[in-house]
Design a protein around this ligand. Sequence first.
Ligand SMILES: *[C@@H]1O[C@H](CO)[C@@H](O)[C@H](O)[C@H]1NC(C)=O
Length: 137
Amino acid sequence: MMFNVVALFALVNAALVSSTAIRADAAPAVAHKATGPIANAISPIANAIVVFQTCVDENLKNCLIWSATTLPVGCSNTASSGQANSISSVQTAAGVGCTLFTSTTCSGQSQFINGTLNALTVVGFDNKANSFTCASL
Ligand SMILES: *[C@@H]1O[C@H](CO)[C@@H](O)[C@H](O)[C@H]1NC(C)=O
């Protein structure tokens, strides 16, 4: 039994190490003021795709769109783009999943997002996020 426990611990540890490495290597997303629904959003950066939208108000109002040239997207600090403890609704691009974090460095409490969440209060994460990462679903 002890062997199984040790083997399981090693496996979990390996998974944690590899996800940390991906996060550290990947470039963060870049923020721009959103002008409409994410489905119509076009990245102002050449060869970049829109991956995520973070909004200060519920129902996807008062938003930033986030663009990246690669997936996964590295840790992106929302606080340094003017959204500190103020995000109340979010939307991922099709085929993309993003994880919100309470700290500015993608640690602390987290909340996975896949699709549209018009009110983060529903999952107990209103005005809590300060950073995120994204990856292909
Ligand atoms: C994301 O949401 C879609 C649509 O609800 C669902 O089909 C898919 O399984 C979800 N993927 C993950 C990784 O949660």
